[in-house]
Design a protein around this ligand. Structure first.
Ligand SMILES: [Zn+2]
Length: 461
């Protein structure tokens, strides 16, 4: 084990725990388009670091180098997902750190943050360290544990942020995700505590009194289908409350899975006032609406719920203009018995890790509606890698594709359309809401500190 890569860059940032050693030897990525721009280039990775970048065909690697022919594929920094549920410990029947890491590698991710709503809850250093260590042993993706804000997610007593932050897991983000920290006094104390430690608080914004029994977005569709509604105000009232707490008490607060047009307006106001608030949006809130519920298929139940077209449009515009910082999947595996049942009995949540890059590329690059401006691959690098690394102050990830940087990379084949099928995913669960949909691009290759973790769908354990 070595910490050679960690700490070289962003030295001012809090360190991670001990990382698995970088891969030794050379790998040549031949003929890639760096950020999808310019002429094809050769990128030589040596001992876990980008050693050379030069015109395609101009680099001669050593005898034992692994050569990947990537003719015209797009090279990006490895993706970072700051919101997943890998279910271990407690629900290893639906996902494990190993299976979730495989899904992450296939999706182009080199770091993920797994939420604390496990069984037992990640509310002590021992559990956080177990998660971190298992991720490093699996060595497909850095799996960072998120610590809970309150003990047992009970919403009563704060956990020991300091002890978890100082543990081998170096916990840098705290969240009760799945539940909202609804008590404003408790949230205020959490903000003050987090500020002293320079850790991030991530809020699942849901005023629980307004969502009792709710299973679908409160609107015309839910009314027609006879489903109990989850109103936008339940999210927005917590967003504005936490923005004001951040304004008055500082700290860094992050809004999980923003889902409404009103949330976008509040975030815009907060950013205009230099309030230290960041936000994420999921691929499903960008691409799906509550009309999907017509089928009463439990796969479309998610929390917060799928909303209306105008919300999705506002979320897309906010991601483009930076009001929303980044994409996070909220990857939430569930067994089929938890999804194939009456809609209001289905567990909320959807898979996300293996489809997210393709969905974001489809929404913002390849299938942009007429009249909207397509984005470029730099945009995807920003919202799926660079911004999450900045928000989390995560060293060694989300770095530029440049000589001397750690080789945490992902390669996208823009000619490889594919059809999403839940049973073909590496995840133990299969609850994708995109079953049978054609997606336009595919991650072909992922590298973690120089190790090829995934190549054409094959995960390299
Ligand atoms: Zn949540």
């Amino acid at each position: 084990m070595t910490t050679a890569v960690n700490g070289q860059k962003n030295a001012a940032y809090p360190a991670t725990g001990t990382l698995h050693a970088a891969a030794e030897g050379e790998t040549l990525l031949r003929g890639v388009l760096v950020y999808g721009e310019g002429e094809p280039a050769d990128v030589l990775v040596r001992d876990g670091v980008i050693a050379e970048i030069s015109d395609a065909g101009s680099l001669t690697p050593g005898e034992n180098a692994e050569i990947l022919e990537l003719d015209g594929q797009v090279l990006l920094p490895g993706l970072i997902d700051m919101h997943v549920h890998l279910r271990e410990p407690g629900r290893e029947d639906t996902e494990t750190i190993a299976s979730g890491s495989a899904a992450a590698a296939r999706g182009g991710f080199t770091a993920v943050f797994t939420m604390a709503n496990t069984d037992p809850v990640t509310d002590t250093p021992a559990i956080a360290e177990m998660v971190w260590m298992k991720g490093q042993q699996t060595n497909l993706c850095d799996v960072h544990p998120v610590g809970s804000i309150t003990k047992g997610l009970a919403g009563k007593d704060l956990t020991e942020f300091g002890m978890m932050a100082a543990s081998e897991a170096k916990v840098r983000m705290f969240s009760d995700d799945g539940k909202c920290v609804a008590d404003p006094q408790l949230m205020r104390r959490a903000v003050e505590y987090s500020k002293g430690l320079d850790v991030l608080l991530a809020q699942h914004c849901e005023e629980p009194r307004l969502t009792e029994g709710a299973v679908a977005h409160e609107g015309e569709t839910a009314a027609r289908l006879g489903l109990r509604g989850w109103p936008r105000v339940a999210e927005e009232s917590i967003v504005i409350r936490d923005a004001l707490l951040a304004r008055d008490y500082g700290g860094r607060t992050h809004i999980c899975h923003a889902s409404t047009e009103g949330t976008v307006e509040l975030l815009r106001w907060a950013k205009d006032h230099d309030i230290p608030l960041s936000a994420e949006v999921t691929p499903h809130h960008l691409t799906l609406t509550d009309e999907k519920l017509e089928s009463y298929d439990g796969v479309f139940r998610v929390n917060p719920p799928l909303r209306e077209h105008k919300d999705a449009l506002a979320l897309r515009a906010a991601l483009i203009d930076g009001t929303i910082d980044c994409v996070a999947t909220d990857h939430a595996p569930h067994g089929s018995e938890e999804k194939c049942c009456e809609f209001d009995k289905a567990r909320p949540g959807m898979l996300g890790l293996e489809t997210s890059l393709a969905l974001i590329a489809r929404t913002f690059i390849t299938d942009v509606p007429e009249g909207e401006e397509p984005q470029d691959w730099r945009f995807i690098a920003r919202v799926m890698s660079e911004r999450p690394a900045e928000i989390l102050k995560l060293p060694g990830q989300g770095r530029p594709v440049a000589v001397g940087e750690p080789a945490n990379l992902c390669v996208v084949d823009t000619q490889a359309g594919w059809v999403a099928h839940g049973h073909e995913l590496a995840s133990k669960a299969s609850n994708t809401p995109y079953e049978g949909e054609t997606l336009p691009v595919k991650v072909s290759t992922t590298l973690l500190r120089g190790k090829v973790t995934c190549r054409d769908g094959e995960v390299n354990n």
